[in-house]
Design a protein around this ligand. Structure first.
Ligand code: PLP
Length: 379
């Protein structure tokens, strides 16, 4: 066909496949496929969102001043170093595009969030992945992957889909050893769930260095994934570059208002985090008992090894659950074809998930017994 040709790297860019939204057993579904928030958003955020209906004729405020003010106050940050965007994915993508292009390299870890690789390719840069150790980012491997062509290092901490995190001391070591010309983006989308003494979201590193940006989101613990609201904290000159390059109205006025209200509802956030901690461990214990061990996770999902690699077992389990309208995430695009990622849901959803997995294990066992039973009739 004759027509406009996109840049060649775009033609070969794999599509990002989001979590499934439909089961094969009719409605309703139990959606544990996108790391959304089990308890949903704060009622105050929903009210603030609704209250914006009569101002939709107006453009939103371009700088998200009230929201940046609320974020600065809530997290003890400087408002001038904050930017808000249409989800943190968008912010990470824009940052990558601003600092890396043709001939440059973007480094991330082996099982790092898939968007990193896709953003690197879309920007024309070469994606470089660094081996992990036991499904955890290795700072040594990241540093070894850095060359004079590296412009950006993208690190999700905690990481999706492995659920693991790099402790604060290791993060500091990475930051100290990186050349100052390399931008380190720390994507802390799951920070609220990572209640560990040795965890840091990276804000302290932003204060100490000139080449670190931290990104955060309202999509996970705040339950506002549908609003598309993310933010970043970085050096002022990076924020200034970002603001010059970004589109003028990245965040709707309703999203800005909902974000402010969500930040003020600290009780709701506490309820979300405490439900998650309890239910995350509950599901992991049950899947471990079923012989589907979960990787250690400090997020709102368990990544469980449900069969051997190369056997298609994870797909079989996923299809089995999908027929029961329980949606989980396959991890083949990460090369983790033996794992499924399972978001924490409400208690009754988690129970149904575990019942589904138990049913699968039972039917697989009776199938294999039947197969080895010489008296079994062939049918
Ligand atoms: C590590 C990580 N970063 C970013 C995002 C996306 O965040 P947002 O909804 O703010 O674009 C996700 C969502 O799954 C994620 O897992």
């Amino acid at each position: 066909m004759m027509g406009p040709e996109p840049r060649s790297e775009i033609t070969s860019l794999p599509l990002y496949l989001p979590g499934a939204t439909r089961g094969t057993g009719g409605d309703p579904v139990i959606k544990l496929s996108s790391n959304e928030c089990a308890l949903g958003p704060s009622p105050a955020a929903l009210r603030a969102y609704g209250a914006h209906a009569d101002t939709l004729v107006r453009y939103p405020e371009t700088g998200c001043d009230a929201l940046r003010g609320a974020l600065a106050e809530r997290h003890g940050l400087e408002a001038a170093r904050l930017v808000c965007g249409n989800g943190s994915d968008q912010i990470v993508h824009v940052l990558t595009a601003l600092y890396a292009g043709h001939g440059d390299e973007v480094v991330f870890s082996e099982y790092g969030f898939l968007r990193f690789k896709l953003s690197a390719i879309a920007c024309g840069a070469t994606p470089v992945s660094a081996k992990e150790i036991r499904h955890t980012t290795s700072v040594d491997a990241l540093l070894a992957a850095v060359t004079e062509r590296t412009k950006v290092v993208l690190l999700a901490n905690p990481n999706n889909p492995t659920g693991s995190y790099v402790p604060k001391a290791e993060l500091e070591r990475l930051c100290t050893a990186l050349p100052p010309t390399v931008l380190l983006v720390i994507d802390s989308a799951y920070a609220e769930f990572a209640e560990r003494d040795d965890y840091s979201d990276g804000a302290d590193l932003v204060h100490r260095s000139e080449n670190v940006v931290m990104t955060r989101t309202f999509s996970k613990a705040y339950g506002l994934a549908g609003l598309r609201l993310g933010w970043a904290y970085g050096p002022e000159y990076v924020v200034e570059t970002f603001n010059r390059a970004r589109l003028p109205f990245p965040v709707s006025s309703a999203a800005q208002a909902a974000g402010v209200a969500a930040l003020q509802d600290e009780a709701h956030l506490r309820a979300v985090v405490s439900h998650n901690a309890r239910a995350l461990a509950w599901v992991a214990d049950r899947t471990n008992d079923l012989g589907m061990p979960a990787l250690p996770s400090v997020t709102n999902f368990n990544t469980c090894r449900v069969g051997a690699s190369g056997t298609g077992q994870a797909r079989t389990v996923l299809d089995f659950l999908t027929r029961r309208n329980i949606l989980v995430r396959p991890l083949e695009p990460y090369g983790l074809d033996d794992y499924l990622r399972i978001t924490v849901g409400l208690d009754k959803e988690n129970e149904k998930l575990v019942d589904g997995l138990a049913e699968f294990v039972e039917s697989a066992m009776s199938d294999s017994l039947g197969a080895s039973d010489p008296n079994r009739c062939a049918s």
